[in-house]
Design a protein around this ligand. Structure first.
Ligand SMILES: Cc1cc2nc3c(=O)[nH]c(=O)nc-3n(C[C@H](O)[C@H](O)[C@H](O)COP(=O)(O)O)c2cc1C
Length: 196
């Protein structure tokens, strides 16, 4: 069975590194036959939150926001690529995420984190967990944490060295868990239509 999976990444920095992990996850899930799309918050370019998508009168939301709302609703699962700024989340990804609420409901989400150092984005990973639960997603327990990202993935998102080998070793179980929950949520949505 193929699942529609959106991979979200939200650094706006010119010299951003987390795109390596986003690319790695996209490639890895595609190699398993999933239907995967990278949602790069910088490319989507939503404004700083003013109105949530649902607060716009029907048909009047900015085009990129409306398209993304439809894309989220059509998905089976999400992956959030979480970098860490000063022990916190990256604001670009949080801003994108906050524009939606009901669109996220009834689907699993996985968090993959990274940082320049050995802490591997652990604090941001932890923060995203609560936020995604609050937004109606089922956060799966499997996660990937990379640190230092530059020693783990090349600029093309290819694993390198011992850390890269470890990542490749952990990925199948991570992807299996996400697929299991994607199937469970999809079959439950089909059995009983979500109320929102
Ligand atoms: C403003 C800022 C704050 C940072 N704070 C942390 C931090 O709290 N913990 C950490 O492990 N790395 C921190 N870093 C280093 C980041 O992990 C590293 O720069 C990483 O590549 C950022 O992700 P990005 O390149 O995708 O933007 C920080 C970097 C920036 C630019």
């Amino acid at each position: 069975m193929t699942y529609r999976i959106l991979v979200f990444y939200g650094s706006y920095r010119s010299d951003r590194m987390g795109i390596r992990l986003a690319d790695y996850v996209v490639k890895g899930l595609r190699a398993r036959g999933e239907d995967v799309e990278l949602i790069d918050a910088k490319a989507v370019g939503l404004p700083m939150l003013d109105r949530m998508y649902k607060e716009y009168p029907p048909g009047s939301a900015p085009e990129a926001m409306a398209a993304l709302a439809g894309n989220i609703r059509a998905a089976d699962a999400f992956v959030f690529v979480a970098g860490e700024y000063n022990w916190g989340m990256q604001p670009g990804l949080k801003n994108l995420t906050d524009h939606f609420l009901e669109e996220w409901f009834w689907r699993p989400a996985a968090i993959v984190s990274y940082s320049a150092g050995r802490i591997a984005g652990a604090r941001s990973n932890f923060l995203w967990h609560g936020t995604l639960c609050e937004m109606g997603m089922v956060v799966i327990s499997s996660t990937l944490s990379l640190g230092p990202i530059a020693e783990t993935l090349t600029a093309n998102g290819e694993p390198q060295g011992h850390a890269g080998q470890h990542l490749d070793g952990a990925f199948p179980r991570f992807a299996d868990d996400l697929a299991w929950w994607a199937e469970a949520a999809r079959s439950q949505r089909a059995r009983k239509a979500p109320p929102y």
